[in-house]
Design a protein around this ligand. Structure first.
Ligand SMILES: Cc1ncc(COP(=O)(O)O)c(C=O)c1O
Length: 428
């Protein structure tokens, strides 16, 4: 996806110098080829390899009509977690029956929106939601298909802020017998809810399969208990997302098959051994699909050298367009896009322009001698960058561009000061 020509970084066949000239900085850029490569990896390792499966893109990673439309064409489902994401999907004409709705606090309005639009399924996150959804379906005289997100009580080997499967988590239904069993019974007996099965999501940016396999054992046990206690066969199992990607040299992500094969093998063996129907299996990757396809381009501004301490390189964006380093210490690598072939002789800290000391994008970057006016390309920024962007310090949200071979197209316009302020009332 990246190449070098005359000391300049290219994304596919498009020069980053041309991109910044045409669209300005800061700029989110995606390689379409890379996204499609990841889509194909998922098909090869999962949906085409195993029958009765589907992959839903967790659109929280990057939610725009462009990606919804691309994934629609590729036959994917979409996982949404809010009315806003659902609105984006519907506006993009994403097929409703291929949308699933996650989230631990869906409002009544969001559930009504989901029901009125007849979306594919709702992943019920807690018992309160189960009762509220049943009541709502009764009021609207409508049925819906549901899964239970469970809290499998497993620890995942990732940053504590992006682990979700441990017992003490805001997500999912706890496995205490007096909570989960009545909930299953209630869902099975409901006139309005069709209980499909179980869902877990154990954490993000995972680089081993331990948490998934431990959580799977919990689900297998639940499938068996559901049949023994309630004479009910589970139809569906969703393994969530969380498959890690490469941000820096410190990351060693697994190939997708290394996650999928052991999970499928264990599931199929268990079902065969216990004469259970093999359920429909789904997954919900977010970062895996778009993370490595994204590059953020910034213009270098002021440079501050503290003798004997550090060289600070300021760029024209920061924690407003990529909050992950400030939020939970996420690490990135970067390239000086107009000096790609030069020796990396300096060690610098790349900081944003926000009024926060934590606005450091890269604590230690090895790069060529870097000067004001250079263009910095931060790599693997396709997930949770644009989607977490905010207007702190009243910085407008950057434009988003997709490159395909020699072409580029604008998919999100740069926000103007006027657009940023449109809801703020001036005269009282
Ligand atoms: C329920 C659920 N599914 C899928 C995902 C996607 O995770 P990732 O982007 O790490 O694949 C998340 C991320 O928070 C999630 O909470």
């Amino acid at each position: 996806m990246l190449k070098i020509e005359n000391n300049v970084l290219y994304i596919e066949n498009k020069s980053t110098m041309d991109l910044v000239q045409e669209y300005g900085t800061p700029l989110y850029v995606y390689s379409e080829k890379k996204i499609i490569e990841k889509i194909n990896e998922i098909k090869k390792a999962f949906t085409l390899k195993y029958p009765n499966t589907h992959a839903a893109y967790a659109c929280k990673a990057f939610c725009t009509p462009y990606i919804c439309q691309l994934l629609e064409r590729e036959g994917f489902w979409l996982d949404v977690v809010s009315g806003g994401e659902l609105y984006t999907a519907l506006r993009s004409k994403f097929p409703r029956e291929r949308i699933e709705f996650n989230g631990n606090n869906k409002s009544k309005e969001e559930l009504v929106m989901a029901l009125e639009n007849n979306i594919g399924r709702i992943v019920v996150d807690n018992v309160a939601e189960l009762y509220a959804l049943n009541k709502l379906c009764k009021e609207l005289e409508q049925k819906t298909e549901i899964l239970f997100r469970i809290t499998p009580g497993v620890m995942s080997d990732t940053h504590d802020f992006i682990t979700t499967g441990k017992k003490d988590s805001k997500f999912g239904i706890p496995l205490d017998n007096d909570i989960i069993l009545p909930a299953i019974q209630y869902a099975i007996q409901s006139e309005y809810l069709k209980f499909l099965g179980f869902h877990f999501h154990v954490g993000s940016q995972l680089q081993n399969i331990d948490a998934h396999l431990s959580a799977l054992e919990v689900v297998l046990n639940l499938i068996q208990v559901t049949r023994e206690r309630f004479n009910y066969e589970i139809n569906d199992f969703n393994m969530g997302g969380g498959f890690g990607i490469r941000y820096t040299d410190e990351d060693f992500p697994l190939g997708l098959s290394q996650f999928v094969d052991p999970i499928m093998e264990r599931l199929i063996n268990f079902c065969n051994k216990n004469s259970l129907r093999i359920p429909h299996v789904s997954m919900e990757p977010g970062r895996f699909l778009v993370g490595e396809a994204g590059v953020q381009l910034y213009r270098v501004g002021n440079i501050k050298i503290i003798p004997g301490v550090r060289k600070y390189v300021s760029v024209d964006g920061g924690m407003t367009d990529n909050i992950r380093p400030g939020l939970y210490g996420a690490k990135y690598d970067a390239i000086v896009a107009n000096k790609v072939s030069e020796n990396r002789t300096e060690l610098v800290s790349v900081c944003g322009k926000c009024c926060e000391s934590t606005d450091i994008l890269i604590k230690e970057l090895k790069c060529p001698v870097i000067e004001a006016g250079d263009v910095l390309a931060v790599l693997s920024t396709g997930a949770y960058g644009y989607s977490m962007a905010n207007n702190y310090n009243k910085l407008p949200i950057p434009a988003v561009v997709v490159v395909n071979d020699y072409d580029s197209k604008l998919i999100v316009k740069r926000q103007s000061y006027e657009q940023m302020s449109i809801n703020e009332i001036v005269e009282f």
